[in-house]
Ligand binder design. Structure first.
Ligand SMILES: C[C@](O)(CO)[C@H](O)COP(=O)(O)OP(=O)(O)OC[C@H]1O[C@@H](n2ccc(N)nc2=O)[C@H](O)[C@@H]1O
Ligand SMILES: Nc1ncnc2c1ncn2[C@@H]1O[C@H](COP(=O)(O)OP(=O)(O)OP(=O)(O)O)[C@@H](O)[C@H]1O
Length: 296
């Protein structure tokens, strides 16, 4: 194969239940991931050495810290091949926005390089290598809707009926994921975290495909921490409720706000209204669930 391109989706967390901090610094989670139709593309071209170029928003490292580069190196070392590839990322997922854009690129690089180098890794091996790069990477490989336990890497797919329609409000400037988890711990000093459990209401809403029920069931334990670090998010979320969203929450560690609509037409109207509030740097419509990283 000469050139491979992989398309990979962003995620929103339908439930992010955060348990106590573990000895290794991670938190045990109940993390209900949902892949949505905002995509990055990673292209892998044969080259003498490993190089990386990025097209799109600023703030993405173009060196060894890029998660796609780390993924390519890890795969090469695991498979015993030289990491000879020119990686090119076309980014559409917001950077440090709580939608797992970097993790998505790592997942895409694993799939693209495996195809380019003919290393023939099993799905299980790619999921295991992905988990070594970051907790969100396995889900970017899987896509759809899934419950993630442990630090979010132990995945079980969830059957969801139909399609849900979303509007995402982007913010200027990102939030650091470790800083948001640390703020979550700080806010809980007086009340230790309870062990999270999968929400029955959420699972029921996914089984029926009812957006109103899903909207009521959305929860994010990191939201108070994101709001504490970025107080302007409170008004941004309120704008969604005032504009008729059937559910609103911060996506993952934020600061992107996710708004659920009752139909595609409702999402288009909601997107227009939210654009007019001036509270977001950009407003995007998307649907979910969509598949994980795929060769195109
Ligand atoms: C907020 C979420 O996006 C929700 O899906 C994820 O939990 C974050 O996943 P991620 O960005 O892949 O995070 P990782 O690269 O694995 O970890 C970055 C940092 O986030 C914190 N972290 C992450 C996952 C987890 N279960 N507990 C944590 O406390 C830790 O401080 C860790 O050092
Ligand atoms: N390919 C990449 N795309 C974006 N950021 C990257 C990439 N590789 C490394 N990074 C670094 O990772 C940081 C977090 O980026 P990312 O966009 O993944 O955040 P996020 O969406 O908030 O993550 P998550 O939702 O998984 O917590 C960035 O600020 C950047 O420095």
């Amino acid at each position: 194969m000469t050139v491979t391109t992989v398309r990979v989706p962003a995620k929103v967390n339908l439930q992010l239940g955060v348990g106590p901090v573990r000895d290794d610094g991670y938190h045990d989670l109940v993390n209900v991931f949902h892949a949505v139709s905002l995509f990055d593309e990673v292209t892998a071209t044969p080259a003498a050495t490993l190089t990386i170029t990025v097209e799109g928003p600023a703030g993405v490292p173009v060196g060894p810290d890029n998660l796609a580069v780390r993924a390519a190196r890890l795969l090469a070392s695991h498979a015993g091949v030289e990491p000879r590839v020119a990686l090119h990322i076309r980014k559409d997922i917001p950077v440090a926005g709580g939608m797992a854009g970097g993790s998505a690129d790592a997942a895409a690089a694993l799939v693209a390089c495996d195809a380019l180098w003919g290393t023939g890794m099993s799905r299980e091996t790619l999921l295991e290598l992905g988990a070594r790069i970051g907790s969100d990477v396995p889900f970017a490989l899987l896509g759809g809707t899934a419950v993630g336990l442990g630090r979010g890497e132990r995945l079980t797919p969830v059957e969801a009926v139909g399609e849900f329609h979303w509007v995402f409000g982007y913010a200027d400037g990102g939030l650091s994921t470790p800083a948001v988890y640390a703020e979550c711990d700080r806010l809980r000093t007086d009340a230790p975290a309870a062990w999270p459990v999968v929400s029955d209401d959420l699972m029921a809403a996914l089984k029926t495909g009812d957006p109103l029920a899903l909207g009521r069931a959305l929860t994010n334990d990191l939201q108070p921490a994101a709001l504490s670090l970025r107080p302007s998010l409170a008004a941004a979320l309120a704008a969604g409720v005032e504009s008729g969203a059937v559910g609103s929450l911060v996506s993952g560690s934020g600061p992107t706000c996710a708004f659920l609509a009752s139909s595609s037409a409702h999402a288009a109207a909601l997107g227009k209204t939210l654009s007019g509030t001036g509270r977001f740097s950009a407003v995007r419509q998307a649907r979910g669930p969509v598949s994980g990283a795929v060769l195109i």
